[in-house]
Each structure stands twice: as structure tokens, then as C-alpha cells.
Ligand binder design. Structure first.
Ligand code: ZN
Length: 128
């Protein structure tokens, strides 16, 4: 299935999650999830609980991988605001889907990026 874009509603939700995922002390922490598409539009996220680092979420992900042909890729946050994939991210990307979104503070409409498996930025349309 060719991906045409991401729904605005989901994108807003991902930015919201990035802003509001915090540890018990109120410190922003990473969240991570799997993106699902329907009809070529990314419109769902399955969250992976208990994720705090790239290495950690990669192994969690493999345990929790849904058997699902609609997986489009992944999303996670970078609370430090660096909107580019780390080496650990790139190893993770190669294991799931084709489109990988990173969101960061201040989680406004422009504070996100989409990357292909090799880390190349990708222009993902926002639909709706
Ligand atoms: Zn990352």
C-alpha cells in the first residue's frame, strides 16, 4: 500500500503525546509507538508502554510486534528537541515499516520530521 500521508488528527495526537509523556517527577521522557495505515493514510498509533530509550524500545517492540499488514512505520519523541534519528533509531527503523516520525518540543505543528529507513528526511503530507 502506498502511503499518501498522515491524518491531521493523528499528528495532533502524536504532538500531544510528546508534550505530555512524563515520568513520575514530571520530566519529559520519550514515548514510542507503531504507526498503522488504512487506505494509504497513517491514522493510528499503537503505543509501546514503558519505553524510555531507543535501545530499550527496540527490544520491547520486537516482543510486542502486532501481526499486522497495516504497519506503516514508527513514531517516537526526542525530548531533547533534536529532530534527527540516532544510530540506535536507524537500527530500529530497519526492522519495521517505511515511515518513521520523530516529534520534539515545543510540539507545535512544525516540530516533527518524517524519515525513511535509511534516515533520509521524507516529505509526508498532512491530510484533513
Ligand atoms: Zn530517537
Amino acid at each position: 500500500m502506498k502511503i499518501r500521508g498522515i491524518s491531521r488528527e493523528l499528528l495532533d495526537g502524536l504532538l500531544y503525546l510528546g508534550e505530555h509523556t512524563r515520568d513520575d517527577a514530571g520530566t519529559p521522557v520519550e514515548f514510542a509507538g507503531i504507526l498503522r495505515e488504512e487506505g494509504g493514510v497513517i491514522q493510528d498509533v499503537c503505543l509501546l508502554p514503558g519505553t524510555t530509550s531507543g535501545e530499550n524500545y527496540a527490544s520491547l517492540f520486537l516482543d510486542m510486534m502486532p501481526l499486522d499488514t497495516h504497519i506503516a512505520g514508527s513514531v517516537h519523541s526526542h525530548p531533547n528537541g533534536v529532530l534527527s534519528p540516532s544510530d540506535a533509531d536507524l537500527r530500529f527503523f530497519s526492522r519495521v515499516g517505511r515511515y518513521h516520525i520523530i516529534v520534539g518540543p515545543p510540539y507545535s505543528e512544525r516540530r516533527w520530521g518524517c524519515f525513511l529507513v535509511n534516515g533520509t528526511p521524507c516529505d509526508l503530507g498532512v491530510i484533513g
